[in-house]
Design a binder for this molecule. Structure first.
Ligand code: PLZ
Length: 445
């Protein structure tokens, strides 16, 4: 049985040393001797335990988490229901390989994904370990099912760091530089980016579709792959109508519409999936991150005819749909449902948007506040222009970190601060985090 875990964390941010503290610094020195320099750390405090929205480091600092480990721990850290489900599964069995001898939880996760992803059509799912792996498999399946090769991706897109997903990802540094050659038959077209392109959704879609038709040819296109709200690229919310227009074009041309909901999915935006806000029903959806509350699990869920077009044995992997990760996903999904976390994401988003929009009246470096639900960002600019201000983003992140708040930067130009708080963050914790963030913006202004 699982011993009940006494809370030793509490709910308040509490900084007791300079950050990072001495023990973290010692660990960081050890790290340098053995960990590849290619793997960097944003905020080198070493973590001992965590609960809800608070992370405790090895020096006893209680840090407020506004990033959820990049949109993963949406249900919060160390949720007792998840701890119990995972612990019981670990004790029962940790691995058999679903392709060798299967187990029920894998099937249950697929049932949940069939029910939760948009559309009432018949669906199938395959489970994997990471977001990049899910995206790779979605591309494999779309190519196999259509017999076509070209994949359309967008400016500012992020889809992963494996060879194929590097090709799908837009930004060179740090993701691609020197790591080529990249996979062929990947074509990049213009994203709808209202702050910078001034186009309506319909105009931006027409522009992108023209690029596809003139540069690739509709009949060569296997799939359009798009993040309904771009994550790493800068929390770019396409203008209304952009996604429905692209979706209509794919339907008319026998092209598979793949929504990469790895960052925007699983309740983050106040709906199960970001495409739900525009009534778009993708042919395939990739999921990971918030799906399993911190355990590595990813999925490709799609139309049954596409998913079943693959020959037997064509999809798989040793660990895909690992039983411990599957148990975590089921516990996490149930927790989201039981606690109405989708609704909570909407409330958090309203609060964050109000605070940041008011702040934008007082400062000159906020160009735009945007996002949906608990996926909100501010794009920072040089005063009076739309020129990206990456220096401001850097100093804001540092200001927050120095005071024990995790805030993340993103964006093609490195000038966007994004908020991805755990959906269980309390009103008091959020107010505290937003107060520190507001001070940070004023200090950078
Ligand atoms: N698709 C939309 O956001 C992962 C990347 C962090 P993996 N985003 C965080 C980093 O710098 O490596 C992501 C995503 C979208 C795919 C992925 C890839 O997911 O689980 O990191 O492979």
């Amino acid at each position: 049985m699982v011993a009940s875990i006494e809370s030793t964390v509490g709910t308040e941010r509490k900084v007791v040393t300079a950050l990072p503290g001495p023990k973290s610094q010692e660990l960081h020195a050890r790290r340098k001797a053995v960990v590849s320099a290619g793997v960097t750390v944003g905020f080198p405090v070493y973590i001992d335990r965590a609960e809800g929205a608070i992370i405790v480091d090895v020096d006893g600092n209680h840090i407020l988490d506004l990033g959820s480990g990049i949109a993963v721990t949406s249900i919060g850290h160390a949720v007792p229901e998840l701890v119990k489900a995972v612990s019981e599964q670990v004790a029962a069995f940790t691995h058999t390989c679903f392709m060798v001898t299967p187990y029920e939880s894998y099937v249950q996760v697929c049932e949940e994904l069939s029910a939760l992803t948009p559309g009432t059509h018949e669906k199938r799912t395959a489970l994997f370990n990471s977001g990049a792996e899910a995206v790779e498999n979605a591309v494999k399946i779309a190519r196999h099912a259509t017999g076509r090769q070209a994949i359309i991706v967008f400016d500012h897109a992020y889809h992963g760091r494996t060879n194929l997903t590097m090709a799908l990802t837009a930004k060179n540094m740090p993701y691609k530089d020197g790591f080529g050659p990249f996979a062929p038959e990947v074509y990049r077209v213009s994203m709808s980016y209202p702050f910078r392109d001034g186009r309506s959704g319909a105009e931006a879609a027409e522009f992108a579709i023209k690029q596809i038709e003139t540069q690739v040819g509709a009949k060569n296109v296997a799939a359009i792959l798009i993040e309904p709200i771009q994550g790493e690229g800068g929390f770019i919310v396409p203008a209304e109508g952009f996604l429905p227009a692209l979706s209509a074009w794919t339907k008319a041309n026998g092209v598979v519409f793949i929504a990469d909901e790895i960052q925007s999915g699983f309740g983050r935006t106040g709906a199960w999936f970001a495409v739900d806000h525009e009534g778009v029903v993708p042919d395939m959806v990739t999921t990971a991150k918030g799906l399993a509350g911190g355990m590595p699990l990813a999925g490709v869920t799609g139309r049954a005819d596409l998913m079943d077009a693959v020959h037997e044995g064509g999809l798989g992997g040793t660990y895909g749909g690992n039983p411990v990760a599957s148990a975590a996903a089921l516990a996490s999904i149930n927790f989201m449902r039981d606690r109405n976390l989708l609704e909570r994401a909407g409330v958090l988003g309203d609060t964050i948007t109000t605070v940041l929009t008011n702040l934008a009246q007082d400062v000159t470096i906020i160009g735009e506040v945007r996002g949906r639900g608990a996926m909100i960002a501010m794009e920072l600019v040089e005063p009076g222009t739309t020129n990206p201000n990456a220096a401001a983003a850097k100093s804001i992140v540092k200001y927050c970190n120095d005071r024990g708040v995790i805030a993340l930067a993103c964006g093609t130009y490195g000038n966007v601060i994004r908020l991805l708080p755990p959906l269980v963050i309390t009103d008091e914790q959020l107010a505290d985090g937003l107060a520190v963030l507001s001070d940070a913006v004023r200090a950078a202004n």
